[in-house]
Design a protein around this ligand. Structure first.
Ligand code: PLP
Length: 502
């Protein structure tokens, strides 16, 4: 190591005794952080630049002790954090975590193998296959999406985010289509979602070379029964229009639990349209998919057996920590065909997936080569909690939100904008003097949102759908209890009282 001064490691990059000592300190640090989390403002109160201004412009030339680094985390970093694990975090959707996930993350990095093909760490690939089948069974996906389902091509992979899941499936669909219509006709391909489909769909479509004029977002409306869901009739009309113009329908993205209001698209009827026009049908259940581990929510997946692929994010609501979007497909062979390149340096006895050699090499199922051992984290989460406890966690969040919904309904100054399906309530304050002016109501609710969020006591977010500005209240952190929901509601009521007085 020459003259390098490797403080903390006695000249070695890894010293087991130092590692133990420092890891215990970091574990203590994290445990203390969680113990104190309620004392921090939920939404960080800093201004742009505040954090950078407190940190040096260059890296230290000499090693610094862990104590000094942890001190800066306490004094500089934590004030600049918005505390997503706070029990008073009710914004967006949760990105929750758990003891099991934290331990799984340590093991994942502890082994630190890049798992791109089966041979470079067989357990990484095979554990992922087992865990993906476990989770598929938990949310009651049909056998055709399972490795063990008998089709030979069904299975799932842990991607980083929904964008990656859409990239993979859109790529497979496009590859199949181009073989039929020729590369020269690529700009004729059309993709379909609704105006409530997550924005990543549009972003990915553009990045994948879909003609920006051929991204159709079917307008949704506030209808009874299925508010803000994709209408199969409107979809069919749009497609007929496109086909008449000589365009080629390629890909349909349906949603179970849209981001704004948790709308659920009619999968069965969308599948009819997709089948008729030979489109790839993907279902995005990023948030609500986790609820489907409870039998009482599984009906929202009715029709899923006719989808080509489905994705959901345990990193949102299933206590897993970020970087865990699960994608299942029926025809992994189409994904592999579209993705596989095989340079000499990656070749081995098991590297080409063929019928006679059905070994899975996940590098052919994702954009990157290297991949984290994320399945070990999900595996530990599923084993440490067990299915029943995970179901209880979902049900308890749903119960707390149901109570919140009741509070809103019992205060005549407020209204529920769309009926609740999972652990999200979309509501707003109404001033009768506004005479139904959307602009005035929007301004009122913007002020209410600002009142509660600037207090630092809770964090709630908003959306606009169908021209209606509304507040979103979602429960899902590992610490939220009934008392936090009650206190949040009291604060919202207090804001309403102040605003309506003026
Ligand atoms: C949150 C969300 C996404 C994107 O989430 P990632 O964490 O980036 O995977 C996609 N679709 C829906 C419906 C979502 O709610």
């Amino acid at each position: 190591m020459g003259s390098f001064d490797l403080v903390n490691s006695n000249g070695n990059l890894f010293n087991p005794e130092e590692f133990r000592k420092q890891a215990y300190q970091v574990v203590d640090f994290i445990a203390n952080y969680y113990t104190q989390i309620e004392s921090y403002p939920v939404l960080s109160q800093v201004k742009p630049g505040d954090i950078r201004n407190q940190l040096p412009n260059t890296a230290p030339s000499q090693s610094e002790p862990l104590q000094a680094i942890l001190k800066d985390i306490t004094n500089v970093i934590i004030p600049g954090m918005t505390h997503w694990q706070s029990p008073n975090f009710f914004a967006f959707f949760p990105n929750n975590v758990s003891t099991a996930a934290l331990l799984g993350e340590m093991l994942c990095t502890g082994f630190n193998c890049p798992g791109f093909s089966w041979q470079v760490s067989p357990a990484i690939t095979e554990l992922e296959m087992v865990v993906m089948d476990w989770l598929a069974n938990m949310i009651n996906l049909p056998k055709s999406f399972l490795f063990s389902g008998g089709s030979g091509t069904g299975g799932g992979i842990i991607q980083n985010t929904t964008s990656d899941a859409i990239i993979m499936t859109l790529h497979a669909a496009r590859d199949r289509a181009i073989k039929k219509i020729g590369t020269e006709n690529m700009l004729k391909l059309v993709v379909y979602g609704s105006d409530q489909t997550h924005s990543t769909f549009e972003k990915v479509s553009k990045a994948m070379g879909i003609n920006p004029n051929n991204i159709r977002l079917i307008p949704t409306v506030m209808e009874k029964g299925r508010p803000f869901s994709m209408c199969p009739l409107k979809l069919r009309k749009e497609i007929e229009n496109d086909v008449a113009k000589g365009l080629v329908p390629l890909y349909l993205c349906g949603s179970v639990g849209t981001t704004s209001t948790n709308a659920v698209d009619p999968l069965e009827q969308l599948a009819d349209v997709a089948t008729e026009y030979g489109m790839w049908f993907h279902v995005d259940a990023a948030y609500a998919g986790s609820a489907c581990i409870c039998p009482e929510f599984q009906h929202f997946f009715n029709g899923i057996e006719r989808a080509d692929s489905v994705s959901m994010n345990p990193h949102k609501w299933l206590l897993t920590g970020l970087g865990c979007c699960c994608l299942w497909v029926k025809r992994s062979d189409l994904i592999v065909k579209a993705m596989r390149v095989e340079p000499e340096y990656l070749k081995n006895e098991w590297s080409s997936t063929t019928e006679s050699n059905p070994v899975v090499n996940f590098k052919d199922w994702q954009l990157g080569a290297s991949r984290k051992f994320n399945s070990i984290r999900l595996w530990i989460v599923l084993r440490s909690h067990g299915v029943e406890n995970l179901q209880n966690h979902i049900r308890s969040d749903v119960q707390m939100v149901a109570d919140f919904e009741m509070f809103v309904k019992s205060d005549p100054r407020f209204e529920i904008v769309v009926p609740r399906l999972f652990a999200l309530v979309c509501f707003r304050l109404i001033n009768p003097n506004n005479n139904n002016s959307e602009d005035a109501n929007e301004l009122l609710n913007r002020k209410l949102l600002d009142f509660v969020n600037s207090s630092g006591k809770i964090y709630v977010s908003h959306t606009i759908v169908g021209g209606i500005y509304m507040l979103r209240f979602c429960v899902g952190t590992m610490f939220t209890e009934e008392c936090h929901v009650i206190a949040a509601w009291k604060l919202i009521q207090e804001g309403a009282t102040q605003l309506l007085k003026n």
